[in-house]
Write a protein that binds this ligand. Structure first.
Ligand code: DC
Length: 227
């Protein structure tokens, strides 16, 4: 057992609710929550700000190494990731950062940098970590692995609801198209593609209310920590 508890790895495709569910599970069991997607988004956002070439693995790794990364805790949107002391949320949630993050996440150097940082943050345990490769690559020895899935249509519908709920415009067909393209890029890449770990629990949340997904993961957690 690790000093602070086990590692709960939640992987799955874009827009499946890994962050919402992961945060809720972390709250329920008193663990911290780390969104590794936010890390890729933060680096992509910074690179866009600086006008860096998003195909230049070396330059991106150098940039990543020059930044002061923080993982602020809390329940609000400010929780997650900060760069040089600045908490990032809205600036990294839009589709531009999403697309760019999926692009830079193909690069071997960027992935190694992220993996090392994620390992350092998670190795003491007591953490819920969500991403695409947590159970397969970052923590293949995680004590509990969940692969959260849902149909692309269900994910697009949820995203539309979320955006409209925030008073923003949302086009279902366009969002579905983004989701399908991102799935293809994240699953089709050479370096640590999105994949269910063999020993991960598969949860299809297409027709499942969020609360039930959280309850199911909490049950798996209780089993995993049972003496
Ligand atoms: O989960 P998200 O949409 O915020 O992630 C943004 C992108 O980052 C995603 O399209 C692929 C990449 N990513 C990754 O390759 N590995 C992770 N562990 C997390 C995210």
């Amino acid at each position: 057992m690790r000093p602070n508890g086990i590692i709960i790895a939640i992987d799955g495709p874009a827009g499946v609710g890994k962050s919402t569910v992961g945060k809720m599970v972390a709250d329920r069991v008193g663990y911290s929550f780390i969104s590794t997607g936010k890390m890729y988004r933060a680096l992509a956002w910074k690179a866009l700000e600086l006008g860096l070439d998003l195909e230049d693995d070396g330059a991106l790794v150098k940039l990543a190494g020059s930044l002061k990364w923080g993982f602020p805790k809390g329940k609000g949107p400010e929780a997650g990731v900060s760069l040089d002391g600045r908490a990032l949320d809205l600036e990294i949630t839009d589709e531009r950062a999403g697309k760019a993050s999926s692009g830079i996440a193909r690069l071997a150097g960027v992935r190694l940098f992220m993996r090392d940082m994620q390992r350092q943050a998670g190795v003491p345990g007591g953490v819920v970590m969500e991403g695409r490769d947590i159970g397969t690559n970052v923590f293949p020895d995680a004590e509990l692995k969940v692969y959260l899935d849902a149909s692309p249509e269900a994910r697009a519908e949820r995203r539309v609801g979320q955006l409209r709920g925030q008073g923003l415009e949302a086009d279902y067909a366009q969002i579905l198209d983004f989701i399908i393209k991102r799935d293809a890029q994240d699953s089709g890449r050479k370096n640590n593609p999105l994949r269910k770990a063999e020993d991960a629990h598969y949860l299809d949340s297409t027709a499942m209310p969020r609360e039930n997904v959280v309850a199911a993961i909490e049950r798996l957690f209780r089993e995993a920590v049972k003496p």
